[in-house]
Every structure is written in structure tokens, then in C-alpha cells.
Design a protein around this ligand. Structure first.
Ligand code: BGC
Length: 722
């Protein structure tokens, strides 16, 4: 397909229509008729637009997507196929643990494997592009969308961003049967919204933006992600969808990204309430000038680009540029040769939610579960007499937000998981409503707890309490659940709390009553058995937190890679008033980044550096011996952090630079090796360039961001001999 020749044949209307994306239900051939409600009801979309739109949002299942494409091609003058895009965030029908959960496995290979399965199920169903990965760096658990992110660290964020893209796009997007194009989002810095209130303002220096927030997106693009989605928020006073500095100067000019940029849902028209455009026409002008190619779910482009062109406010070349990118993406995906791409109804039946995929989902869930507390009560014995109670005991709300194709009917509940593990004496008491627990339910739970040796209490957030629009100002468990916990603890203190949730929670009122806390997140389709495997020690938990759990909401934002102040708090002098601290609580989070327990114990010793001096040409070999000092085989995520002691701008106290997952049998010791080089030490200076300053550095290796061994080296300019 000759894209330039096709462009020449297209009328202006046809070009502009390519820039529009509408939801599947608006198209002929859709299985469900929907209604546009709320602020979208006056879109002014006519049937001409829908027939000629360039792309579709959503569409469920191979049959519907095929019908939509068929109907479209019948009426589209130039036979330009539709691009089908959808949110395949943590699985298509086989649902994996959500992104924050799976990030806790610190395992890029696992992320790649699950993304590849999601892509396979989506591609066979006719989807061409997924709106993923979401790589927004997050520091505020009040934000519901932290569940979609991979946490608070820019390095881990980037490593996992690459893994997602690799998994989705496969080795070669053009020919890989099981691939979909990746659309990295939300550009940029959506994760830094003030107070964690969704869609809110973002304000930060350009330097901080570059050092912490941009690396994830950049890594995804370097790995070949074909699309970018704008963010809803402002950055430095400019909403991203009309932010030329961000979308054109940085993304296009500096990073040379020539793929398709899509607005987030309705975000172009939102330039009006943001207060940077007085009307739709002005909004369209800002967005097209900024370089946003596709407008999702509003119609400012189709309604106003022609007029803007006639008035000379924009040039046709600007429209052509966007259309060319969209057509090029269609060509890259092979749609001109086969508009259905790898859609295959029969194969879909065989592939989707297969036993093989479910096995990976179970393993992924096991690897994502973080053991937060355990005084030795876990693992349980299958002979124990157990009560399983709480609103999540038998709940199938384990998929979490963004699992729209996932079917709750298919979910393995915690109860089903435990029963499948052949546990003999299990009694359960389901609770219907996670917020309003009836007196009857409480009484029945208490009775069961009384009659059992140990109690597994499954508590948490429902999936609509996190995700988009799921910001919370209090991040405790619902009051009714805390009450249940307290009442149960009055009759039985042998309590294991299993948490189902999408964000770090404030666990102040849980910890005192729990002998163990198992953070299971939204574990996905096969979550029940994964949880059971952890509870009974079939799986020794190994995951580590990728986002700090605050001690209280008042500490937020609280994250491990923070700066020192001029008056740092000193543990040895806690009563010094005029230092940076709270007078009513600790500075430290309850559980820090990198933290997570195991059923065994690991000892770190002999942190050794091959040299005390590093230069641009050399590397330092860092080795540490890790020993399993317990009685169970286990996996440990060994973490390497660096501190630059004196910088041109203040440097974080620790920055993650490498990690390795190792397996150790009881009494086994392994020497773990890392390499440190100059590139790992670079940071963004105030002139926005990245380089390393000569000086003293510390390297920390350990089991969490707080528990490490330390050694030091010096970085010197020039070669070692000089
Ligand atoms: C979300 C995006 C998503 C889009 C399409 C928006 O509301 O912010 O993350 O991809 O909807 O569903």
C-alpha cells in the first residue's frame, strides 16, 4: 500500500474522519446498542462520521469486531480498514494480577509472559492495539489508578515498561500472530496528580519530570511501542492534550517519536473546562498543533478542523501528518492486506482462557502476593481447623478494575482455592456487602471463629474502590470490616488477614489484631488457589512491595527514594524538635519499598566491591553472599541501591539500580553479582542534561530499601591511572 498515493486520493472530510475514535457501540455491526450520556451526549456525531471513523474503541469478541469491520468496509469509499483498540491492561479474558500487584514479583520475564498471553487472546479476538502499558510513576496511594501502575521507582518502572511492550508486540509486530500494538500512557506524569484526586493538577519542575516521571514512557518507546496516549492532567499549567512543549517538542522533536498519539477519552474537549480553550474550535486547534493525531470520544476535530483550515489557523500539512501516521500504523499492522488481521473465531475458542493460560495466571498471582506480617502462624497446616470468613471469603470480585472481558463467573474464589487444596476442616461464613455487614453475619462469623483453631479473615476493597475515578481520601478498610476484625479477635486471636485491594492501604487498625497479613491484591482469574498455595506453604511467598504502605494518610506522599533535608531526622535523637519530622507519627512508611517476608530467612554478608574507584571506562563488580538460614526453600529478590553523596542538585537517599531473584534451599548460600558502571550513576542536572559528577557514592545491597549492607566507592573523571 502506497500511503502517499492513498492520501492524495482522500478528500479533506475523509482525512479528518481518520482522526476520530468512537466507541464500538456506535458502529453498525455492534452487538450492543449503547447510548452516549453525560457530557458526550451533544457530540454532534452524525452517521457519516461513524462510517468513516478511523478507529474503534472497544468491541467485545471476535464476532462483534468482524461485524463492525465488515459493515465499515461496505460503506467506506476507499476501503480503509478500521483500527480496533481496547484496554487490555492485565489480561483479556484470562485475568492476571493487576499491574501494581505483578510489579511486586520484580520479574520482567513474568510481565512479558503475561502480556504476551493477553496479546494472544486479544489479537485472536480482532483487537489491534492495546491502551497499555500504563507506566505512570506513582507516589500517592489515594489515587485509585495506582493499581494500573508499577509503583514508585523509575528504574523498575522502565524495566517493566519494556517487558510489557515486548510481551504485547512480540518479536515482530507485522508478522507475530499473537501480537497487538502497545500504546504507552498517560503522557505525561498523570501519576503525580495533587492529593491523588483523579484528573487533578500536576506541578513539578522540568528536571524532576525528566528524572523520575519520563523514563518509563521513554523506555516503552525505545522498546518500540507504536502509540502514545495523552494524560488528562496539566503539566506546568498546560493540559497534556494541548501541551505543545510536551507532545511536540519533547516527544516528536527530541525523542523522534513518529508513531500515533491519541488523546485520552474526551481530553481534547476537556481543554475547555481546564480553561485553556474558550470553545471546541480553540480546543481542536491547540490539540492538533500539539501533535495529537486521534481524538478519542469527542468531536472537536470533525466539527472544526475544516473551518480552522479555511481560516488559515492551521495548515493542511498538519492534518496530513496525522493521517499519514494513522495509515502507516494500519499498514504496519497489515490491515490493508487483511483488515481482520489475526481475528479467528474458531481459534479464539481454543486459545482464550485455556488451561495453559490459567496456569500462568495462577503462577503470576502466587509470585505477586506479598507477605506483610507473620509471627510464625503461617504457613498453615492442612490439618488445622479453620474458619474462613469476611466479605472476600467467597467473593468473585478478585479480578480488579480494567478486566472488562474477564468474567467473574470464571473466578476461583478463596474458598474454592482452599477446598481444591484438600483442606479438611474448613468452615466458612460468606458476607454479602463489604460496607454493610449485618449483625447476623457478624454473629455467625464470631461463632465460627470461636469454634475454630485459626481464622482466615478475607478483607479488602471492592474493585470499584480503586481504578479510574476511584480516589479515596481515607485508605483504610471499610469501617464495617474493621469492626468485624475486632469482634472476631475478641473470641479468637489466631487471625490471618488476607487482603484483596488495589492500592497500599493504611493498616493501622488491622496490624494489632493480625498474626499474619497476606497482601493478595486483586489476584485475577486464578487468585483463590494462589492464595491457598501461599497460606498452606505450597508456595513460599517472595514478592516485595513496589509502593510504600504509609503509616498514616497524613504522611503521603511517602516513598523510599526521597531527599534528605537540611535538617534530617535522626533516629538517635528523636526528641530534637527542629528537624524534618511529624510530632505525631513516624517519618517512615509502615512497609517500605522492596519489603516483603518469606517463610524462610535470608542472611546477607560479605558485600564486596572489586574496586573502590570507578571511571567512565570501568565497571565495579559488586558481590554479596545470601544465605537461606531457615528451613524452607525460598526465593529472594536481592536489591541494589546507590546513593550519590554530593550532587549539583540534591540526590535521593537511595535509588534502585539493579535487582536479581534467586532461589535458595535451606542452608544454601549463593554469591550474587552485580555490575556498577558510570551510566547507572547519571542524573538530570539543573540544565536538564544527564551526566555523572565525580565524588563519593554508596552502594547498598539488601532485602528491602531499608535493610541493606553498605559499601562505598569513588567516581573519578578520566582513567584510573591518572
Ligand atoms: C482512561 C484511559 C483508557 C481510556 C479508554 C480513559 O478514561 O483514562 O486509560 O485507555 O479511557 O478506555
Amino acid at each position: 500500500m502506497d500511503i502517499d498515493a492513498l492520501l492524495k486520493e482522500m478528500t479533506l472530510d475523509e482525512k479528518i474522519d481518520q482522526l476520530m475514535q468512537l466507541a464500538a457501540f456506535l458502529f453498525d455491526g455492534a452487538s450492543h446498542e449503547g447510548e452516549i450520556t453525560g457530557p458526550l451526549s451533544d457530540l454532534g456525531i452524525d452517521s457519516r462520521t461513524i462510517h468513516n471513523s478511523g478507529s474503534v474503541l472497544g468491541g467485545s469478541g471476535a464476532k462483534e469486531i468482524k461485524n463492525i469491520q465488515d459493515a465499515h468496509l461496505k460503506t467506506n469509499r476507499l476501503n480503509i480498514p478500521l483500527l480496533i483498540m481496547a484496554d487490555i491492561i492485565h489480561g483479556y479474558k484470562t485475568i492476571f494480577p493487576h499491574n501494581l500487584a505483578i510489579s511486586c514479583a520484580f520479574d520482567p520475564k513474568l510481565v512479558e509472559e503475561t502480556a504476551a498471553i493477553a496479546a494472544k487472546e486479544a489479537a485472536v479476538s480482532g483487537i489491534h492495539v492495546t491502551f497499555a502499558p500504563m507506566v505512570d510513576l506513582v507516589r500517592d496511594p489515594r489515587w485509585g489508578r495506582v493499581m494500573e501502575s508499577t509503583g514508585e521507582d523509575p528504574y523498575l518502572n522502565s524495566e517493566l515498561a519494556k517487558a510489557f511492550v515486548k510481551g504485547f508486540q512480540g518479536a515482530d509486530i507485522h508478522s507475530s500472530k499473537d501480537s497487538v500494538a502497545a500504546c504507552v500512557k498517560h503522557f505525561a506524569a498523570y501519576g503525580a496528580i495533587e492529593a491523588g484526586r483523579d484528573y487533578n493538577t500536576v506541578n513539578m519542575s522540568n528536571r524532576e519530570l525528566r528524572e523520575l516521571y519520563l523514563p518509563g514512557y521513554k523506555a516503552a518507546l525505545e522498546e518500540g511501542a507504536l502509540m502514545v496516549m495523552t494524560a488528562f492532567n496539566t503539566v506546568d499549567g498546560k493540559p497534556c492534550s494541548g501541551n505543545k512543549a510536551l507532545m511536540r517538542h519533547l516527544l516528536r522533536d527530541e525523542w523522534a517519536f513518529d508513531g500515533v498519539v491519541i488523546s485520552d477519552w474526551g481530553a481534547i474537549r476537556e481543554l475547555i473546562p481546564h480553561g485553556v480553550a474558550k470553545d471546541e474550535k480553540a480546543a481542536a486547534a491547540l490539540a492538533i498543533e500539539a501533535g495529537v493525531d486521534i481524538e478519542m470520544m469527542t468531536s472537536t476535530y470533525v466539527s472544526h478542523l475544516k473551518e480552522l483550515l479555511e481560516e488559515g489557523a492551521i495548515e493542511e500539512s498538519r492534518i496530513d501528518e496525522s493521517v499519514r501516521r494513522i495509515l502507516t500504523l494500519k499498514k504496519t499492522l497489515g490491515l490493508f492486506d487483511n483488515p481482520y488481521r489475526f481475528l479467528d473465531e474458531q481459534r479464539a475458542e481454543e486459545v482464550i482462557f485455556s488451561e495453559e493460560h490459567r496456569k500462568v495466571a495462577r503462577r503470576a498471582a502466587e509470585d505477586s502476593i506479598v507477605l506483610l506480617e507473620n509471627d510464625g502462624i503461617l504457613p498453615l497446616s492442612k490439618k488445622d481447623s479453620l474458619a474462613l470468613i469476611g466479605p472476600f471469603a467467597e467473593s468473585n470480585d478478585l479480578l480488579g478494575p480494567w478486566s472488562w472481558i474477564g468474567d467473574r463467573e470464571d473466578v476461583e474464589t478463596i474458598k474454592a482455592g482452599i477446598e481444591a487444596d484438600d483442606v479438611k476442616a474448613l468452615v466458612t461464613q460468606p458476607i454479602k456487602d463489604i460496607h454493610r455487614i449485618t449483625e447476623e453475619e457478624i454473629n455467625a462469623s464470631v461463632e465460627l471463629a470461636k469454634a475454630s483453631d485459626k481464622v482466615i479473615l478475607a478483607l479488602g476493597e471492592s474493585s470499584d474502590m480503586s481504578g479510574e475515578g476511584g480516589s479515596r481520601s481515607k485508605i483504610e478498610l471499610p469501617e464495617a470490616q474493621l469492626d468485624l476484625l475486632k469482634k472476631v479477635s475478641e473470641v479468637n486471636t489466631q487471625i490471618i488477614v488476607v487482603l484483596i485491594n488495589g492500592r497500599p492501604l493504611d493498616l493501622t487498625r488491622v496490624v494489632p489484631y493480625a498474626r499474619a497479613i497476606v497482601e493478595a491484591w486483586f489476584p485475577g482469574s486464578c487468585g483463590g488457589s494462589a492464595i491457598s498455595h501461599v497460606l498452606f506453604g505450597v508456595k513460599n511467598p517472595s514478592a516485595k512491595l513496589t509502593m510504600s504502605f504509609p503509616d498514616s494518610v497524613g504522611q503521603i506522599p511517602v516513598y523510599y527514594n526521597h531527599h534528605n533535608t537540611g535538617r534530617p531526622y535522626d533516629d538517635n535523637n528523636p526528641h530534637n524538635r527542629y528537624v524534618s519530622k511529624f510530632i505525631d507519627g513516624p517519618n517512615k512508611p509502615r512497609y517500605p519499598f522492596g519489603y516483603g517476608l518469606s517463610y524462610t530467612t535470608f542472611e546477607y554478608e560479605d558485600l564486596t566491591l572489586s574496586s573502590q574507584v570507578l571511571t567512565e571506562q570501568t565497571t565495579i563488580d559488586v558481590s554479596v553472599t545470601v544465605k537461606n538460614t531457615g528451613t524452607t526453600p525460598g526465593e529472594e529478590i536481592v536489591q541494589l541501591y546507590i546513593r550519590d553523596h554530593v550532587g549539583e542538585v540534591v540526590r535521593p537517599l537511595k535509588e534502585l539500580k539493579a535487582f536479581k531473584k534467586i532461589q535458595l534451599n535451606p542452608n544454601e548460600a549463593k554469591t550474587v553479582m552485580f555490575k556498577v558502571n558510570e551510566q547507572m550513576l547519571r542524573y538530570t542536572h539543573s540544565d536538564l542534561t544527564d551526566y555523572t559528577d565525580p565524588g563519593d557514592f554508596s552502594v547498598f545491597v539488601g532485602t528491602s530499601s531499608e535493610q541493606t549492607l553498605e559499601a562505598s566507592f569513588y567516581y573519578q573523571l578520566g582513567s584510573e591511572e591518572n
